[in-house]
Design a protein around this ligand. Structure first.
Ligand code: FAD
Length: 292
């Protein structure tokens, strides 16, 4: 099933993101975590693509398993920046032949040591190159891309970020998923500005439940997200008690999701990070709201 059809359906739902194993040794444990999440019947599950393509094979293995064994639609992420055209074409063919109908077209992070190199000879410099290639393949794929309510760290300002976002969407995206944010007002402002720029595809908010104090530092480093005082207080009060922090982090994410649903969003994407207990707790908190 295509994600564009899921988003058009209008029912309130949650989707979950998982990441593939980095080594053969962790494959079985990660597969079983993703299977547990699949039993919660999310609207779909997305499977990330390892930075630099290191775990590319597993992205499809996990996505196929969830789709075929649990009937949950899957979205396979694909990055392009440090890959050759031949490699990306091979990956696209693998996705098509595996029967996965949804692809998240991403640039990927530029490795630090390559930040200052001349990119003019690269096969791919931005996600738009991958979106175009996926469209040119002629395959009947639903294509998603990333967007940033708090602007991408490499952008000068929001106006520039939205300019390139519009260009990326016009190249053939069916939907967008946001970077995580902890203040819903940032998302609402972004949504308003994106619509004002003529970006009309569905924009799915991404929410990350922070369940331990160390995760916050990593999450901010990765996303540059603004942390509201309300969230800081929660970490100050409960950060040193793992069980209390987990409960508080799940409650905070639940609160964000309820507010998003109340303001007209129909599907929230949860960065569940291979944690079935967290995904389950959120589903339980929202059982009457999402009708389960
Ligand atoms: P782009 O769309 O190329 O944008 C990157 C920057 O370039 C932005 O500043 C943009 O404004 C600018 N830009 C875009 N087009 C142009 C242009 N034509 N000319 C000049 N500037 C331009 N990373 C992974 O490695 N694996 C994953 O699975 C993964 N999944 C993700 C899922 C989501 C929902 C999000 C939000 C991010 C994900 N990432 C993932 C991280 C992502 O790869 C990085 O944030 C990366 O730095 C940017 O990727 P992008 O696809 O947004 O790039």
């Amino acid at each position: 099933m295509k994600i564009s059809d899921i988003l058009a359906d209008g029912r309130l739902s949650l989707s979950f993101e998982v990441f593939p194993p980095k080594t053969d040794a962790s494959f079985d444990s990660i597969r079983s975590a993703t299977e547990e999440i699949a039993t919660l019947s999310p609207s779909f599950m997305s499977v990330t693509y390892g930075a630099g393509g290191g775990t590319s094979r597993y992205t499809l293995d996990i996505a196929k398993n969830i789709k075929e064994s649990y009937g949950v639609p899957t979205l396979a992420h694909l990055t392009c920046v440090s890959s050759s055209k031949a490699t990306v074409r091979e990956r696209i063919n693998d996705i098509i032949s595996s029967g996965i109908e949804n692809v998240m077209a991403l640039r990927g992070d530029i490795p630090t040591e390559m930040m200052d190199t001349d990119r003019s000879g690269w096969d791919y410099t931005h996600a738009i190159d991958l979106v175009r290639e996926l469209r040119e393949s002629g395959a009947d794929l639903c294509i998603g891309a990333a967007c940033y309510p708090e602007i991408h760290p490499e952008s000068c300002d929001q106006s520039e970020d939205l300019f390139y976002l519009k260009e990326k969407v016009d190249a053939g995206c069916d939907f967008l998923t946001t970077q995580m944010f902890f203040d819903n007002n940032l998302f609402y402002n972004f949504l308003y500005k994106a619509r004002e720029r003529g970006i009309t595809v569905p924009i799915m908010p991404g929410v990350m439940p922070i369940t331990n104090a160390n995760q916050i530092e990593r999450a901010i480093k990765l996303s540059g997200s603004f942390i509201p005082q309300r969230f800081k207080s929660l970490v100050d009060r409960f950060g040193s008690s793992p069980d209390a922090m987990k409960q508080a982090g799940i409650a905070y994410a639940t609160d964000q999701i309820i507010d998003l649903f109340a303001n007209g969003i129909t599907n929230v994407h949860v960065y569940s990070m291979n944690k079935p207990d967290v995904a389950r707790a959120i589903c339980n908190n929202l059982s009457a709201i999402i009708g389960r």
